[in-house]
Design a protein around this ligand. Structure first.
Ligand SMILES: *Cc1c(COP(=O)(O)O)cnc(C)c1O
Length: 374
């Protein structure tokens, strides 16, 4: 049996009675669309994050699209996006006829390189989308400062960092996703707070924007059958909301477990020369959606060697967006994207999930160390 990247079954088994009861309740009520569990989840997540407004939707990609629709971004408007991210972030920009302006990332954090933002701004720029990649928050205080000066919106792609906390210079703390004008997240099963299908949510602290976002998710209507704007249909299923209500109560344990496994990886990989382990930034906690190492050469060989030794590893992401065929024609690039390009050749994510076993971590790290002795 290979060591997997994930163990959703192991996690489910531990909370099976709670989950099964929650699902059964929805079946008994047969309130599959907009059941009370959906509102309950929105309220609970808002309380958890200390966010004024939480609007659930169908998935994380929709969340990003709805954010841009609610901000009334128009075709031709430019949106600044890191070139090293999951494609969904830039895809919705293209889908809405907006222009993704690709900037580089910082190789230490994998997050948007703040120095690249100002040189990429023109009078068409309307928004910045920092992606909190692999579980750590981007340098939001500086990003918000630049956005303020140029009058830009900030949409946080928080699909990978839900539950992480940011510390401002003055020492105050805030959860990821509620720092920018809008925050977006995904409840895809493999995310830190994952449901058992698709799901997503949008956060904002602005009352008017919240009302607009809710309208967009519901066919542009506030009153049923009276449509004021063009929206879409993007809902969180009641069954998924019921599951999330249970799992939200475990999110802190899950984040702590991931953090503990990450520290153990770092300890076990100490002294292995060929790799760089992830660094933690000063102003953000890390919820380790992924534990991603940088392999200085022979990355694909190492991955192959691990596979031969029964260890799964994954490359997130093998190609930066500037090299992707889909984005070549529609994106603009005004800064060098060297870090994004070399990270695509160097990154390797190791198994990271709430059920990781100590002995598996030992096996994984021994195999990596053995590879460099070959
Ligand atoms: C998962 C993810 C998304 C998209 O979420 P879906 O729910 O799969 O649509 C967007 N951005 C990032 C960074 C993600 O990891």
């Amino acid at each position: 049996m290979a060591i997997p990247m994930l163990d959703l079954k192991g996690q489910y088994k531990k909370i099976k009675p709670e989950i099964d009861a929650a699902i059964q309740q929805v079946l008994d009520n047969t309130n599959f669309i907009n059941g009370k569990e959906v509102t309950e989840f929105e309220v609970k997540l808002a309380e958890y994050l200390n966010s004024r407004y939480v609007i659930a939707c169908a998935n994380g990609t929709d969340a990003l699209q709805i954010a841009m629709m609610a901000l009334e971004l128009k075709p031709g408007d430019e949106v600044i996006v890191p070139a090293f991210t999951y494609a969904a972030t830039a895809e919705v920009v293209g889908l809405l006829g907006l222009v993704p302006v690709l900037v580089d990332v910082d190789p230490k954090t994998f997050n948007i390189k703040v120095e690249d933002i100002e040189p990429s701004i023109t009078d068409k720029t309307k928004a910045i989308v920092p992606v909190h990649l692999f579980g750590q928050i981007s340098d939001m205080e500086r990003i918000m400062e630049i956005a303020g000066r140029y009058n830009l919106y900030v949409i946080e792609d928080n699909a990978q960092a839900l539950g992480a906390k940011y510390t401002y210079k003055d020492g105050s703390e805030i959860y990821s996703g509620i720092i920018g004008h809008i925050g977006c997240t995904s409840f895809f099963p493999t995310k830190n707070l994952g449901c058992y299908g698709d799901g997503g949510a949008i956060f904002t602290q602005d009352k008017e924007l919240a009302s607009k976002i809710r309208m967009v998710t519901d066919h542009g209507q506030k009153v049923k059958y009276f449509h004021d704007i063009i929206g879409c249909n993007s809902r969180l299923d009641t069954i998924q909301a019921a599951i999330l209500n249970v799992k939200l109560t475990h999110l802190n344990e899950y984040s702590a477990a991931r953090y503990g496994f990450a520290q153990r990886y770092k300890q076990l990989l100490k002294g292995v020369d060929g790799i760089i382990v992830p660094e933690e930034s000063e102003n953000s906690t890390h919820v380790y959606h992924q534990f991603t190492i940088q392999v200085k050469g022979r990355r694909d060989e190492l991955k192959q060697y691990l596979a031969e030794n029964g260890i799964t590893s994954t490359i997130y992401y093998p190609m930066s967006l500037n090299k992707q065929r889909a984005f070549g024609k529609i994106s603009e690039i005004r800064v060098p994207l060297n870090n994004s390009e070399y990270l695509a050749d160097q990154v390797l994510s190791l198994p990271m999930h709430t059920e990781l076993k100590d002995e598996d971590q030992v096996t994984i790290c021994k195999a990596i160390s053995d590879f460099y002795k070959l």
